[in-house]
Design a binder for this molecule. Structure first.
Ligand SMILES: [Zn+2]
Length: 264
């Protein structure tokens, strides 16, 4: 598995390019009799591989693209070297999520070596555009196609990294949702020397920010809690010696899973 993972890491698959990871993955899946299909959409490459023809559908979902490396000289080892040092393997995309793909393939091979009688189907769905902006994303299109074909995924395993200290010490059962908004607060602009003629929107905004912060949006459940996690404020029409006429508050509310690992 490690050798295969190193091969994947050495491929510079910066989002949204796959750059050949799918070829290596497909080669192994074909040997297991998976039917592989490339679903390319705009500038995004996707691989859908399926095994079996009856029963419920279990799908492994993942991506081969990685985010840019940042300054390479700041890396302990070059980001696409896949260098092993002690117990660690260094490389862009190792945790997120080429190791996950390599591990799943390895597990599949071990599983099929036992000649299992399956009453369900197994699929792997990989994209090359998970890390970038959602422009040209493909999930919507694939989901639409599945709905058109009366098809649905019954169980889905997402290979994103969730471990805290060691592999498998934490498995999550969902992905956070978020709510974002922007609010324009209108005041009255004026010269800083005559504050009595000004309605400075920053003061109104501060009240709004406190309200946003203190609002209980939802009580969550055993798995997810909800909290307003981040506020950003940017100011428009900033002119010297003039007070602001309006400002925008941008806010983002995320539901999160508690930071404590869940025992399996
Ligand atoms: Zn990821």
């Amino acid at each position: 598995m490690i050798e295969f993972l190193q091969k994947l890491i050495k491929i510079q698959s910066l989002s949204p390019r796959d750059e050949g990871c799918f070829d290596l993955i497909e080669e192994r899946l074909v040997k297991l009799d998976f039917k592989c299909e490339r679903i390319n959409y705009a500038n995004v490459e996707n691989l859908y591989a399926a095994y079996g023809n009856k029963g419920k559908l279990f799908c492994f979902l993942g991506h081969t693209d990685v985010v840019p490396t940042g300054p390479e000289e700041k890396w302990t080892y070059p980001p696409f070297s896949a260098q092993i040092d002690g117990d660690l393997l260094y490389g862009r995309g190792t945790a997120d999520m080429k190791a996950s793909i390599a591990a799943f393939l390895e597990s599949l091979e071990e599983f099929f070596a036992t000649s299992p009688e399956l009453n369900y189907r197994i699929a792997i769905l990989l994209t090359s555009n998970e890390e970038g902006d959602a422009v040209d994303g493909f999930i919507d299109k694939l989901v639409d196609d599945m709905i058109d074909n009366d098809e649905k995924i019954d169980l889905c395993l997402v290979g994103e990294p969730t471990s805290y200290e060691k592999i498998g010490d934490s498995v999550r059962i969902g992905r956070r949702g978020s709510l974002g908004g922007s609010l324009k607060i209108i005041g009255k602009q004026g010269h800083i020397a005559y504050p009595e003629n000004v309605d400075n929107p920053i003061f109104s905004a501060s009240d709004v920010i406190v309200k946003l912060k203190n609002t209980i949006w939802d009580n969550g459940n055993a798995i997810f809690s909800l909290q307003a996690s981040k506020y950003q404020i940017f100011i428009q029409e900033l002119e010297q010696k003039m007070l602001y006429q309006e400002i925008w508050i941008c806010f983002l509310i995320l539901d999160i899973q508690p930071s404590q690992p869940k025992k399996l």
